[in-house]
Design a protein. Structure first.
Length: 114
């Protein structure tokens, strides 16, 4: 059973930055793809960014230029650096991995507010 553990969420002011981490319980060499989704209150879960083991990464339009996803294979961890945060980025962020089936982390709250 693969487990994903997220960390790094919290409260940040508009224009600020956060880095989220997603640690997997297995080698992420065998997980393809991995990425992040988010869900705001009353909204459907939506893609933030997803990365394949080849390094090819796909970003949602709202994330391009502000968010960066990276994989640290020796640490079995995927990171997402979020810059220039806006109040509309407030959501629960979920790590996602495809490992035989889709697996979700428990989610981490990100609140952007002054």
């Amino acid at each position: 059973q693969v487990q994903l553990v997220e960390s790094g969420g919290g409260l940040v002011q508009p224009g600020g930055s956060l880095r989220l981490s997603c640690a997997a319980s297995v080698s992420i060499f065998s997980i393809n793809p991995m990425g992040w989704y988010r869900q705001a209150p009353g909204q459907q879960r939506e893609l933030v960014a997803i990365t394949a083991s080849t390094g090819i990464t796909t970003y949602a339009d709202y994330a391009k230029g502000r968010f960066t996803i990276s994989r640290d294979n020796p640490k079995n961890t995927v990171y997402r650096q979020m810059n220039s945060l806006k109040p509309e980025d407030t959501a629960v962020y979920y790590c996602y991995a495809l490992y035989g089936r889709g697996i979700w982390g428990q989610g981490t709250q990100v609140t952007v507010s002054s």
